[in-house]
Design a protein around this ligand. Structure first.
Ligand code: HAM
Length: 421
């Protein structure tokens, strides 16, 4: 274990990076309410069953990636690997199962024990949105339009929106039969994982990354034609609505997504320029089962990975938001000046002016260096002479200029500057 490093796949986020994170979060809090969504916070861990049942026992996430532990009462708990299952668990306590729609969004950390790589973390952050309780192609299309508006507002361009349909649950069997008949014929040429997938889960073969499997998948039969006419019409309406909203998209028949709750529309936003982990957001319509719930909760939603959004913004050289003016730094020459400054600092803070005071007895030079380290907007210098004269020296750290200001005027002067920041 490297000393002082956080565990692999996790990272510390320091104050200097915060404006970038805040922009992603503030934009979500501005855009999603335009569509009627309110913020929801759910626990970071849930009963393990919520994820097993919600996401599906057969998925990679549930089989290999969950951080699961026992609490003192011997109950199995899991750090949330994604947001949807926990959000649905919370919404079950509302009247959402009676066809009443609920619109929520969430922001926070998720945990998956994946092999860390560029853009792949074990603790990562998502902004997600869920529209639960109703089924309508209009909601699917609106969801994607909202996602694209969010990305647009973040100046994220050059993305591709890929969409597909998984059909209704009742379409699964005929589509699976069509696919498995075809894959059976090619089983000898497939990777070992896909050989077992032919019997267990043919859908996973469609997004296998092995070249030889990709070659076979290329010529796979069009399983969507085995769907019911209602399911095909549902998808056509989604596509027509997206076109009418001027949202560009591509249909990708190999897009199945890694979580088992999806039904009907699935989608992903890809940004080609950030390496292998290039999915910056993904989602779709779902029918999600929770423990002891015989009926699934229906909905449509998506989640975007914040670390990946930041990577794209960096690749696109999106200007970082302004970090405002640094604090006022109070320099004290001597113990009496320091006592005066400690009190002055409280007075200035009560007027919303950010202030840092040097508390050690240091040379003027050392204190000015400290002011630079905190990126101070102003240094205010006070010693015995200033205490006597009732004035202080005020140095503008950006301009390099300095002037004397009466102690009585100082608060007003700084307040005028900092109120615009
Ligand atoms: P997901 O595709 O698993 O979907 O994750 C959504 C996004 O989270 C991905 O597109 C990616 O940007 C980011 N992400 C996932 N895993 C990692 C990781 N290990 N490191 C960094 N970023 C990652 C879901 O989680 C669904 N709950 C989305 C959804 C909501 N579907 C319906 N509603």
């Amino acid at each position: 274990m490297a000393k002082f490093s956080p565990p692999p796949g996790t990272a510390d986020i320091f104050p200097g990076e915060m404006p970038l994170w805040h922009r992603l979060e503030d934009t979500a809090r501005r855009i999603f309410p335009l569509y009627g969504y309110g913020e929801l916070r759910t626990p970071i861990f849930e009963y393990t069953e919520v994820f097993k049942r919600g996401i599906g026992d057969e998925t990679e996430v549930v089989q290999k990636e969950m951080y699961t532990f026992e609490d003192r009462g011997g109950r199995s708990l899991t750090l949330r690997p994604e947001g949807t299952a926990g959000v649905m668990r919370a919404l079950l306590n509302t009247d959402v199962m009676n066809g009443n729609e609920k619109r929520v969004f969430y922001i926070g950390p998720m945990f998956r024990g994946e092999r860390p790589a560029a853009g792949r973390r074990r603790q990562f952050h998502q902004i997600g949105v869920e529209n639960a309780g109703r089924v309508a192609p209009e909601l699917d299309a609106e969801n994607m339009a909202m996602m694209m508006q969010y990305l647009d507002d973040l100046e994220i361009s050059g993305t591709k929106l890929m969409i597909n349909t998984r059909g209704a649950q009742t379409d699964r069997k005929p589509a699976e039969e069509t696919l498995s008949k075809y894959f059976q014929q090619h089983i000898g040429d497939m990777c070992d994982d896909c050989k077992t997938r032919v019997a267990r889960n043919v859908w996973r073969i469609l997004d296998c990354k092995q070249a030889r499997c990709k070659e076979i998948v290329k010529n796979a039969p069009d399983y969507v034609s085995a769907y019911s006419s209602e399911s095909r019409a549902y998808f056509d309406t989604v596509c027509e609505l997206l076109t009418s909203f001027n949202v560009d998209f591509e249909i990708d028949k190999q897009l199945v997504r890694g979580l088992d709750y999806y039904a009907h529309t699935v989608f992903e936003v890809i940004y080609p320029g950030i390496g292998a982990q290039n999915a910056i957001a993904g989602g779709g319509r779902y029918e999600l089962y929770l423990p002891e719930n015989k009926k699934p909760i229906v909905g449509v939603g998506f989640a975007a990975g914040l670390e990946r959004l930041l990577m794209v913004q960096e690749a696109l050289s999106v200007a970082a938001p302004g970090i405002g003016k640094g604090p006022v730094f109070l320099v004290s020459m001597g113990a009496s000046a320091r006592a005066f400054n400690m009190k002055l600092a409280q007075d200035l803070r009560s007027a919303n002016i950010p202030v840092v005071v040097e508390v050690e007895d240091k040379s003027m030079k050392a204190q000015m260096r400290a002011a630079n380290r905190v990126n101070a907007g102003f240094a205010i210098i006070c010693g015995d002479d200033e205490l006597e004269s009732g004035k202080v020296v005020c140095k503008d750290m950006q301009e390099g200029s300095q002037e004397e200001i009466g102690q009585a005027e100082l608060k007003n002067f700084l307040q005028n500057i900092y109120k615009e920041v």
